[in-house]
Design a protein around this ligand. Sequence first.
Ligand SMILES: C[S@@+](CC[C@H](N)C(=O)[O-])C[C@H]1O[C@@H](n2cnc3c(N)ncnc32)[C@H](O)[C@@H]1O
Length: 119
Amino acid sequence: MDDKIKGRYTEGDYLDKNPTWHEEDSAWKARHVLEMLSRNDLHPASVCEVGCGAGEILNQLYSEMPDNVTFTGYDISPQAHELSRQKAKERLQFLLKDLMEEDKPVSYTHLTLPTKRIV
Ligand SMILES: C[S@@+](CC[C@H](N)C(=O)[O-])C[C@H]1O[C@@H](n2cnc3c(N)ncnc32)[C@H](O)[C@@H]1O
């Protein structure tokens, strides 16, 4: 990723302009993910959000999905991670990391971007 674009998220500018990191929209976004899973009869064992921001979408999914599902959020922003890590639980982890820079293979049964299923 271009360093200038990356810097927007990592240097504090994004937090200045978006102090809630869009947390207020999370329930709406989580509801759409749940509807998508239901409509396609999908029952993932693990859910990963790349660019999880404040982590509230995963937190909402954690509350609504079965208690055998694990959740992982990746974000490159230290400011976002500061917000998300407070929501971490045994099956809900937040990593201050770019998924593309993981040094070991990762496997998730359901990988989401805010609006797009990847695998
Ligand atoms: C527009 S915010 C969306 C946050 C959240 N998904 C939501 O919908 O509320 C985009 C997020 O993606 C993160 N991001 C951008 N590039 C990333 C990358 N390569 N890996 C992980 N996170 C990234 C940013 O730091 C930012 O928190």
